[in-house]
Design a protein around this ligand. Sequence first.
Ligand code: HEC
Length: 110
Amino acid sequence: MNKMINICAGVSLIAISLMMGSAAFAKETNQDTMPAIAAQCLSCHGADGKPELADVPIIAGQQPVYLANALRHYQSGKRTGGQALVMRELVKDLTNKDIEVLAKWFGEQK
Ligand code: HEC
């Protein structure tokens, strides 16, 4: 009996993770190259930097230097207005290296 319950729980866990996976990765994410730190960006910016949300900017294929500068300006509070506060909160703990890695990867997405 216990075994049966375990199997059921196991199957529904798989189903739930598949559902979550398909929501987060509705478009293709280049999982082979994606830096782990980029995972937290996809819910808003889309699986590959092309968001479904109308009020979130497309960052895929953007110039890496521009992306890195934008992230640094959110972090320092230099970039304000619009929804800058959303980004400021998200980038506050990123290191310089994180910013470089993120800017490079999103810049490379097609
Ligand atoms: C909660 C949703 C959300 C998440 C998560 C999120 N962003 Fe954003 N991002 C936004 C919104 C909204 C804006 C527009 C902000 C503004 O008005 O300046 C934005 C703006 C940006 C910009 C500026 C784009 C431009 O064209 O100037 C960059 C770069 C960026 N985000 C990168 C990232 C990265 C990298 C991550 C992950 C560390 C991330 N974002 C996570 C919502 C999000």
